[in-house]
Write a protein that binds this ligand. Sequence first.
Ligand SMILES: Cc1cc2nc3c(=O)[nH]c(=O)nc-3n(C[C@H](O)[C@H](O)[C@H](O)COP(=O)(O)O)c2cc1C
Length: 242
Amino acid sequence: MGVVGVVGVVARRRGQTVGVELGEAVRRRHMVRSFSGRPVPHEVVDRLVRATLAAPSAGNTRGTAWIVLEGAAQTSRYWMAATTAPWRAGARRWPGLSRAAVVAVSLASPAAYLSRYAEPDKARGGADLGLSESEDAWAVPYWFADAAFGVMTLLLGATAEGLGACFLGNFRAEAEVLSALGVPNGWRLFGAVALGEPAGDDPSSSSLDRAGPAEEDRVHYGRWGSVSGPAAEGSAPPTGRQ
Ligand SMILES: Cc1cc2nc3c(=O)[nH]c(=O)nc-3n(C[C@H](O)[C@H](O)[C@H](O)COP(=O)(O)O)c2cc1C
């Protein structure tokens, strides 16, 4: 076991039982967009989704929720609402994605956070900022932050379990998805996680082909532009690009 412990104590892979260390799960996780169609046992799905409820939550509000769709009859409720017939006819990813055994729809309630930040322990700062009055007062919409922590927990849990998963953003059709799933007014769609056994024939992702920023441009120590840790501070000027 690594120093950070074991994420999924057991991950089943073609009959083998393997332990998955957290660092390995983080490294190994990538979006999977083609699934075999093999069902995932309900107990496994339930365990993975319930594990996300331990994710951090602003003010411990826990104003997020999942709708878990299992099997084609249920997952099609999401796909038919979230996609169009022309998209399905033309998208090279559709066949593989549509075979996902599970689609977990991630929801967030802004009202829950506005209400929580009106409570006595939060009200002082919250009132100053108007956090309980309006979603616009929030510099960062914590309801989506909480949803994202939950999604990441599910992505890592799926990896630890030897499964594949892909986060699907909310670009369009939010109203259609919420209506198709009977979601009460006030809830927002954050996105969805397609989950299942990987088929191993993922279409290449153009997102991965594009050159991104260098790591030094994304990790700064002490101040923007410095790539040195604290040992170098004071003994030498920042070595990062200025
Ligand atoms: C907020 C967000 C929205 C995303 N939306 C989609 C999506 O709608 N469809 C999709 O196939 N991948 C989506 N992705 C996955 C990214 O394309 C992917 O994480 C990125 O290319 C890096 O690849 P990797 O996660 O496999 O390492 C999304 C990721 C994030 C964080």
